[in-house]
Design a protein around this ligand. Structure first.
Ligand SMILES: Nc1nc2c(ncn2[C@@H]2O[C@H](COP(=O)(O)OP(=O)(O)O)[C@@H](O)[C@H]2O)c(=O)[nH]1
Ligand SMILES: [Mg+2]
Length: 384
């Protein structure tokens, strides 16, 4: 699973990034109400530290659990283990980021406190980084990786679905893993980290732009003590997180895709309103105008709220006038392109007018999109 690669170029840069068999390791463990697990994970790490002669620090980042966790770390009496207790912030990803910032060694490891991640894998992760990998992920889904047997079908489906949705962002088989290692220098250089959500590995994979990521198989054990904090709410937040990462990675393609989906919804709104007004017995021209008017408004609102959500605090009236103008010009472009193509000297066939109309729609939509993206909802208009 480990593919070796080496860094080229600047020798200073190579030295800065070097990880070797004696590099110190900072293990970051986010915790919330894990008092029962803390003594166990510390004794596992202590055994590993002695057996593999590791230079190691362990930083628990706890969100004020007030269940005796801080006392449990102190009672263990290890000078290489400490706990940061946060009272001003909550959340798994932001806890990991805080721990990574506080770390003092060149190699960072993140793991759960619930004993589901095998500590013996840590030296292998260091080997991966020293061989030139930029990140090493402890993976359940590469050959040799396993989970405890009692995963129900729902839990399994949930995990597979979450992983499949992340596939366009990364080839890593288990980007949902909470067990991974990377260099401190790479973490320090990462921009725009968004500390929302549960999937900090995926966030780092996308935002650090890693080219070489290795996966080492792990056996993932179910937690024995305490409860999982992965709630339905966190899982819904994951969809939001994914949308942000897609926007980050594929910005313009995402704007186009969302704009087209909104356009299709406008088509449905238009036809529904048209039918309703007809059923109310209004004259046909009024029904047509009603359908167009309501779909224009719904398209505007949806584009403002979702497609170009960065602009949702901008001036509403001005944006609406701009959107109506861009749509009107789009209509003219649509009509002009369709007419021009119809008049062009093709070998006339029955379909040609339809094809001309479709090309008109495509040109009008493209025009609408560009007008919306770069004029109506342009970024520099935003004032929060
Ligand atoms: N600091 C902090 N740690 C958290 C929070 N939520 C979960 N954790 C810790 O993050 C790790 C992963 O959470 P866990 O409940 O095991 O999630 P699961 O493995 O997906 O079931 C555990 O060590 C938790 O104690 C949080 O809000 N703040
Ligand atoms: Mg866990």
């Amino acid at each position: 699973m480990l593919e070796s690669s080496s860094f080229s170029g600047d020798p200073l840069e190579t030295e800065r990034r070097a990880i070797n068999a004696s590099s110190g390791i900072s293990v970051i463990i986010p915790t919330y109400q894990e008092v029962l697990n803390i003594p166990h994970i510390l004794s596992q790490l202590d055994a590993l530290r002695r057996a593999a002669a590791l230079t190691l620090e362990v930083i628990f980042v706890d969100d004020n659990s007030q269940d005796g966790s801080a006392e449990a770390v102190a009672a263990a009496g290890f000078d290489w283990a400490r706990m940061i207790v946060r009272t001003d912030e909550r959340g798994l990803s932001s806890a990991v980021i805080a721990g990574f910032r506080a770390a003092r060694y060149p190699m960072l490891v993140c793991m759960d406190c619930d004993l589901s991640h095998p500590v013996q894998t840590i030296p292998l992760m260091r080997l991966g980084l020293s061989a030139g990998q930029e990140m090493v992920v402890g993976s359940r889904y590469v050959p040799g990786g396993t989970t405890d047997d009692d995963w129900g079908i729902l839990r399994w489906l949930n995990s597979v679905l979450a992983t499949v949705l992340a596939r366009p962002l990364t080839n890593v088989q288990d980007p949902m893993s909470g067990f991974f290692a990377l260099r401190k220098v790479d973490f320090d250089a990462a921009h725009d980290l968004n500390p929302v959500g549960y999937k900090i590995a995926l966030e780092l994979i996308v935002k650090c732009g890693f080219g070489t990521i290795a996966e080492v198989p792990i056996h993932f054990s179910d937690r024995v003590h305490g409860q999982s904090k992965l709630s339905l709410r966190e899982q819904l937040k994951y969809l939001q997180h994914l949308r942000r990462l897609y926007l980050y990675r594929f910005a313009n393609a995402m704007y186009v895709a969302q704009f087209l989906v909104v356009g299709l919804s406008g088509l449905v709104v238009n036809l529904v309103v048209l039918s309703l007004l007809l059923a109310l017995g209004l004259p046909e021209p009024a029904c047509l105008a009603g359908g167009i008017g309501v779909s224009l408004i719904s398209n505007f609102m949806l584009n403002r709220r979702f497609t170009f959500s960065y602009a949702r605090f901008g001036p509403l009236a001005r944006q609406f006038m701009g959107f109506v103008s861009a749509s009107a010009v789009g209509l003219v472009v649509n009509y002009a392109v369709a007419l021009a193509l119809r008049d062009a000297d093709w070998n006339t066939s029955a379909l040609s007018l339809h094809i001309a109309a479709l090309c008109g729609v495509a040109a009008g939509t493209a025009f609408n999109f560009l007008g919306s993206r770069y004029l109506v909802f342009r970024k520099r208009h935003i004032r929060r």
